[in-house]
Design a protein around this ligand. Structure first.
Ligand SMILES: [Zn+2]
Length: 407
């Protein structure tokens, strides 16, 4: 069902040896390590019909590697095609595993940043669940900014201590002040990352302000050749070191850098400094390793894609019913990157807002776990290994016993 990549875009890719400026450190970058033609420009949006899903806008993704700072970015990224709206369903807050992780992190932030009686600003707050949790837990007031925020009944964000601005964060919000600036799973969507961090630095005039970021770890993606974690909305990819280097360059002291959630996410604590600062934490020292990983990545990712494609096609040919578990970005990237169609029956998701919809690019249905009973699975591919246990329990409670594998 995947469109054949058109020759025009392929030509553009092979010819694109012109240097581009690194959005982090401003060095010239020519090296690219990965290319996927014609992928949906959004992978966390689900469509109401198969037709809409198949007609979804597509663009190319070409990952460039900056040898100077270890940052990776989509050099073909087209900002104009990105249109964040409130139709997006990106909330992971229906999963017990994710909820307990978020609760633990909220506790940690409340404690470390002593948020009691303070004001927390969350940039890219999504639907506001985390901000609500943190402010309730720590006795703080909160302001959330997100172009996709919408007040939903029953999601627990109707609180007097909380305010929301439905917009993108940028230099026009430099007048806002906060004791804690929080930004989770947002930086990877920002193309001009140095400008973005500079705007936050411009807002934080007190050296007592905590700046807490949570961003996916791209070193793991390179290491595991996790191509399902590479998709169009994510135009910026950070290793822990690249992340810290950017903040240090823009005038922050990075006080702590951790890998959390099964080493999938970077959590970084920083405070404003008078000027650029130098590396101090063990996790920052990853540039040599990133250079090594990027050399072997193209071959490793090609092999892994081939293995998955062969495995799924063989299962389908043998009459086995294959489902993905997870109807989010990873599933969409997995399906479109591998060019899978009828070989996969659909994607299961526990989020009721996703059920009954279709994946952009391939038009696979997203179904509730109970719907599996109508057409029981033989093979379930779990898009995030951290959920395997939770999914196993759900399947047994339905009386189903398919083969379960994780990416
Ligand atoms: Zn760079």
């Amino acid at each position: 069902m995947l469109d054949t990549p058109d020759l025009k875009t392929d030509h553009k890719h092979s010819a694109s040896k012109t240097p581009v400026r690194c959005p982090c450190c401003a060095e010239d970058v020519t090296e690219t390590i990965y290319h996927v033609p014609s992928i949906p420009v959004h992978s966390c949006v689900l469509l109401a019909s198969v037709e809409e899903a198949l007609a979804f806008p597509r663009r190319d993704l070409t990952l460039a590697f900056c040898d100077a700072c270890g940052f990776l970015f989509n050099r073909d990224f087209d900002e104009d095609v990105m249109r964040y709206s409130t139709d997006f369903e990106e909330s992971q807050h229906f999963s017990g595993t994710f909820n307990s992780f978020a609760r633990e992190l909220a506790k940690e932030v409340a404690d470390r940043c002593s948020v009691s009686g303070k004001h927390v600003l969350e940039i890219g707050c999504g639907k506001g669940e985390f901000l609500a949790e943190l402010c309730k837990l720590g006795g703080a007031t909160g302001l959330g900014i997100d172009p996709g925020y919408r007040p939903d009944e029953g999601r627990g964000t109707q609180d007097e201590a909380l305010e929301f601005i439905v917009d993108h964060f940028g230099p026009k919000y430099e007048h806002l002040s906060a004791d804690v600036v929080l930004c989770r799973h947002t930086l990877e969507h920002i193309p001009h990352v140095a400008d973005f961090i500079r705007a936050i630095r411009g807002m934080t005039d007190s050296d007592e302000t905590w700046v807490v970021f949570e961003t996916p770890d791209a070193k793991r993606v390179l290491d595991e050749a996790a191509f399902w974690d590479i998709y169009y909305e994510h135009c910026s990819y950070f290793s822990p070191g690249a992340h810290a280097r950017l903040f240090r360059q823009e005038g922050f002291e990075v006080t702590d850098l951790q890998l959390v959630y099964d080493h999938q996410y970077i959590v970084q604590y920083a405070k404003p400094a008078p000027g650029p600062t130098g590396p101090a934490l063990p996790l920052e020292d990853d540039l040599a390793e990133m250079r090594q990983l990027r050399k072997s990545f193209p071959e490793r990712v090609r092999k892994l894609q081939e293995q998955w494609r062969d495995r799924i096609r063989a299962a389908h040919a043998a009459g086995r019913k294959v489902y993905l578990w997870g109807g989010g970005s990873k599933a969409v990237s997995f399906l479109t990157t591998l060019g899978l169609g009828e070989e996969v029956q659909g994607a299961v998701d526990i989020n009721p807002y996703k059920q009954g919809k279709f994946t952009p690019g391939t038009g696979h249905p997203v179904i509730a776990p109970e719907t599996l009973l109508d057409n029981p699975p033989d093979l379930v591919i779990v898009m995030n290994p951290i959920y395997v246990r939770e999914i196993g329990q759900t399947l047994s409670s339905l009386g189903l016993d398919p083969e379960v594998v994780a990416v």
